[in-house]
Design a protein. Structure first.
Lengths: 295, 361
């Protein structure tokens, strides 16, 4: 075997290993999807059915009241489909996550730049204070928060949740963006300053483009964290502003455990994050591998 | 005429003083080299001039204008950084054009100027590439082109050749000097490389631990160093030093090893400046002669190491408790361990004070 063939074989082995790993990682998604599209009977059959007739009943039920119950004609009575809260909750999730992610990333990028480049009095202490906001588990501060939110009229509002999540993500965003800016050689900026640019112009023309990769990474992480956040959403909202994650958990209690229903709801919730990550993630990987941040 | 004048510049980083009370003038149309070892304060000085660092004390004057309170963009200086610092996202063309863009020149004008300077520096074929796809030497040319393209009042060059291979470094050295001469621009050039300084400078300013040690022409610095630091730092290898003591009309080395007669002028200088009898006798490696036979004015030593360097070689001789390095032609053959005799060229001996290490003669 010559060098070229050996390399080909090696590549093939790597591909096989990667495909194997991919299967392992995708299995839960497959399971979720299959459970969602199976009938109750199929879902519980042992050994698991690999071939089944897909049905969208569960997905439809997610959007209508009487979750888990039947629609159509039951004992001669017409069960009218009534929209459930799920669509609204999904919408809440989308609004809250995207707005707070945008805010946190933007503010984080600006503060990260300042913390990295400027002389700030008490910089280290400030950074620690920012980090410390993430040190307590949410449950610990939840009760005072609930009382404050009620007093301020922020309870069960999207605005309240957005504030909460922006603050929640900001600590992470500031730290992450600071280390990203630290990695951008300061000479880019200084060269620009001497070339005749003001600090502002230098920032937007030369530093901001270098920060984009970092901002995308920060945005993806904060979106995922916000989207999946459970405690605050459960405690700080009631009917109106609740996001999708806690409401899925909610449906555990009411009509027994309807796995098909839960799987369909979960699947719908995973989707937006996956789409977002894929859209931006390519950007992210390109940035990392082609050394956007390289001297 | 002074293009740039630095008065009493002091810059501290916390408790560390990077530059201390430095005063220096940079002449228009000349190359002034700031020479000093790593950590001497060269970069800090240049950055203070550019406005990238705020001095703790002192004034910077460019063309008669005190610029201390000016931001970098208003000082009209160009800075070539040691690590080139090109913008990775932009092509070579855009990198060179960047100082013109911000000045709002017309597109055709920019294109013309960039092409002009690029062909001047032989990088016209690289204009469409991004910096990561060109070599170190080419990056440095681009960095220099970006500085040249707008004819600033002063060029600040911070070790522009240090990161290049030895071969390219020597080529670029000549070329930079040519460019500077043709454009009659003013260079303030920092380097730790004494050979670079000697070959390029009109004026050399030696800096050490943040202090300016000596300012002078290359020959002045080489032949009349103010102290042992400069004598050692400039020259390759640096000057040899042998502890000695002045007694009456002679200077004696090592107990009874050899003595040299002192001229009346030297005696006078010693009497006026020496703090004690203890001095260092200094001699440049090229001012030592080697013989195989004993001779009047020649003293015994052992050949310890021989370092061939092409056309010449460095021979290290061991004296009783000291050694001296000698530059010798290549064709002479010195077996290691051989006993030889060395002599010092007349008029080339320097004397340094034993304590202050300042030059007496
Ligand atoms: N930003 C800084 N913070 C702290 N110390 C610094 C900083 N910049 C330079 N120094 C210190 O100041 C001294 C002079 O540095 P520099 O001007 O970079 O020397 P050179 O360019 O001659 O090698 C060094 O001891 C260095 O450690
Ligand atoms: Mg330096």
């Amino acid at each position: 075997m010559n060098e070229f063939q050996r390399r080909q074989v090696k590549n093939r082995i790597i591909v096989v290993i990667l495909v194997g790993m991919l299967c392992v990682y995708l299995f839960p998604i497959y399971w979720m999807f299959s459970t969602a599209t199976k009938t109750k009977l199929d879902a519980f059959s042992l050994p698991p059915k690999w071939v089944w007739r897909p049905q969208i009943e569960n997905f439809r039920n997610v959007f209508y009241v009487g979750a888990g119950g039947a629609l159509g004609r039951v004992k001669g009575i017409e069960v009218k489909p009534k929209p459930s809260a799920f669509l609204r909750q999904l919408g809440n999730s989308i609004i809250v996550s995207f707005v707070s992610t945008l805010l946190a990333t933007f503010l984080g990028a600006l503060s990260g730049y300042v913390f990295s480049r400027m002389r700030v009095r008490g910089k280290d202490d400030l950074l620690f204070v920012i980090l410390s906001s993430r040190m307590l588990p949410p449950v610990v501060i939840a009760i005072p928060l609930v009382m404050m939110y009620r007093a301020l009229g922020l309870f069960d509002t999207l605005f309240g949740l957005i504030i909460m999540y922006t603050v929640f993500n900001l600590a992470f965003a500031v730290w992450m963006m600071r280390s990203f800016v630290d990695d951008i050689p300061i000479e880019y900026e200084e060269a620009a300053l001497v070339d005749g640019y003001s600090r502002f112009q230098a920032f937007f023309k030369f530093i901001f483009p270098e920060m984009r990769v970092g901002m995308v990474a920060t945005a993806i992480f904060s979106l995922i964290m916000t989207w999946n956040e459970f405690t605050f959403s459960l405690l700080l909202t009631g009917e109106r502003a609740r996001t999708a994650v806690p409401s899925i958990a909610h449906s555990l209690g009411t009509a027994g455990v309807n796995w098909g229903h839960i799987a369909a709801g979960s699947f719908l919730m995973v989707l937006p994050v996956v789409v977002f990550t894929f859209l931006l993630g390519g950007n992210l990987i390109r940035g990392f591998t082609f050394g956007a941040i390289k001297e | 005429m002074l293009k740039l004048s630095i008065q009493d510049l002091t810059k501290k980083f916390g408790r560390k003083t990077a530059v201390s009370n430095l005063s220096l003038g940079v002449e228009s149309g000349k190359i002034t080299v700031l020479l000093g070892p790593t950590g001497a304060g060269k970069t800090t000085t240049l950055r203070c001039v550019a406005g990238l660092e705020k001095p703790d004390q002192g004034t910077i004057t460019i063309e008669g204008q005190v610029v201390n309170d000016y931001p970098p963009k208003d000082r009209d200086v160009a800075f070539v950084f040691q690590n080139f610092s090109l913008y990775p996202r932009y092509t070579v063309f855009e990198n060179i054009a960047s100082p013109l863009r911000i000045r709002g020149l017309r597109q055709e004008e920019i294109a013309q100027k960039v092409k002009e300077v690029a062909s001047f520096l032989h990088i016209d074929h690289l204009l469409d590439r991004r910096p990561i796809f060109i070599s170190g030497g080419e990056m440095q040319r681009v960095a220099i082109a970006r500085a040249l393209v707008r004819r600033p009042k002063v060029f600040l060059l911070d070790e522009p050749l240090t990161n290049l291979d030895a071969k390219i470094r020597e080529e670029m050295r000549t070329e930079l000097k040519r460019l500077q001469g043709e454009m009659e621009s003013t260079f303030f050039y920092a380097t730790p490389d004494q050979a670079e300084a000697l070959s390029m400078a009109d004026t050399i300013a030696v800096i050490h631990h943040g202090h300016l040690v000596q300012v002078g022409t290359p020959t002045g610095i080489y032949h009349q160093p103010v102290n042992m630091f400069v004598a050692d730092f400039v020259g390759s290898p640096g000057m040899n030093f042998i502890p000695a003591s002045v007694e009456g009309e002679t200077v004696n080395v090592g107990p009874g090893y050899f003595s040299l007669p002192l001229s009346p002028e030297m005696r006078k200088a010693c009497a006026e400046q020496a703090t004690s009898k203890e001095v260092f006798l200094g001699i440049r490696p090229e001012d030592v002669l080697i013989r195989f036979e004993a001779q009047e004015g020649f003293y015994p030593a052992l050949v310890e190491v021989v370092e061939p360097l092409g056309v010449l070689q460095i021979v290290r001789l061991r004296l009783n408790h000291h050694f001296i390095r000698v530059r010798s032609e290549e064709n002479a053959h010195f077996p290691v361990g051989e006993k030889v005799f060395f002599g010092l060229k007349e008029g080339k001996v320097r004397l340094f004070d034993g304590k202050s290490e300042k030059r007496i003669w």
